[in-house]
Ligand binder design. Structure first.
Ligand code: PMV
Length: 317
């Protein structure tokens, strides 16, 4: 038995599309920031007396199919066949585009791994977690993280305390998104005429983000983040049928960020496969950015997050 807490992560250079659906390897690399919010807390308890996996999410019995796939991987590596009970709690709305699948699968994979006594530094853990969700390995590490396109592995770029930035999250709509990222990515790769251009232009964004992070150059990192975000959404919009993840409040939030910048405030936006607006800024600018977003039409709530730690075992239960 083991319990793990994992933070959500938000991509600055975005991931959209797979080059291997079975291993869940990405078509592009990505750079992310893990946040200090305890996105998911998960307890895994293996029990030889139990006949099927059980998954309880936010106190409700849930479909265990994707959980079982991850547990099967861990069981195979540990050479056991015991079934497990999994209790998981999210602090962000499930499937609302706030990246709860990333913290969820990072927490599940590491908890199962630790419960069966497998070594935490074994790189195979990343493969197990990635098969659950493509962005989940990034939540295994804290701060700024790179996920490599070729290996599917992750490496730390900057520890959480090394750069005092904030990510201001403007929640614009509640409820699950229309099309999940797995189905959306497959549709984009198949039908979006912009998908090949998205993949071809990605390496340059990765290089620019690495350079900007090394130099602690926030305007440069913000600019490449917005460029990557807008290319991803252009690719989504050109998918057949189109993937619209934005709502009027999303555009209003983006406009707020652009207006802040015209006023000399360093703030840059990103959006994922959902309607929320996430804004990168220096710690000192966060109160002004948060106030401007809170006053934006359609914004239902604002949260100011800091860089946070990677997934960690917090106890047996
Ligand atoms: O890991 P998934 O399948 O939920 O995909 C995440 C995709 C985006 O959030 C849109 C971008 C990213 O890199 O996190």
């Amino acid at each position: 038995m083991a319990t793990v807490e994992a933070g959500i992560n938000v991509a600055l250079v975005k991931y959209w599309g797979k080059r291997d659906a079975v291993l869940n390897l990405p078509a592009v690399g990505s750079v992310s920031l893990t946040l200090d919010r305890p996105g998911t807390r998960t307890t895994v308890r293996f029990d030889p007396a139990v006949s099927a996996d059980r998954f309880v999410l936010d106190e409700v019995e849930a479909d265990a199919e994707r959980v079982t796939a991850v547990l099967d991987d861990v069981r195979a590596r540990a050479g056991v066949s015991w079934r497990a009970e999994v209790f998981s709690a999210n602090t962000v709305p499930t499937a609302a585009g706030l990246a709860s699948s990333a913290s969820g699968f990072a927490a599940l994979g590491l908890a199962a791994w630790a419960a069966l006594g497998l070594p935490a530094d074994d790189p195979a853990l990343v493969d197990v977690v990635r098969r659950g969700s493509g962005s989940a390995p990034r939540s295994l590490l804290g701060g700024l993280v790179e996920l490599d396109r070729e290996t599917g592995g992750v490496r730390p770029l900057l520890a959480p305390e090394a750069w005092d930035v904030r990510l201001v999250i403007a929640v614009t709509a509640l409820g699950p998104k229309d099309v999940g990222s797995r189905a959306g990515m497959a549709a984009s790769a198949e039908t979006s005429p912009y998908f090949p251009a998205w993949v071809a232009s990605h390496a340059a964004d990765m290089a620019e983000a690495r350079r900007a992070i090394d130099a602690r150059d926030l305007p440069a990192l913000g600019a490449v983040m917005e460029h990557s975000t807008l290319k991803m959404h252009a690719c989504m919009l050109a998918t057949v049928p189109p993937l619209f993840y934005w709502r009027p409040a999303t555009l209003a939030g983006i406009e707020t960020v652009r207006a802040l910048r015209r006023d000399g405030v360093g703030a840059w936006f990103t959006c994922d496969a959902g309607p929320h607006v996430k804004v990168l800024c220096a710690a000192g600018d966060a109160p002004r950015v948060a106030a401007a977003l809170a006053a934006t039409e359609g914004v239902r709530g604002v949260d100011v997050a800091r860089p946070g730690p990677g997934a960690r075992v917090v106890g047996p239960c």
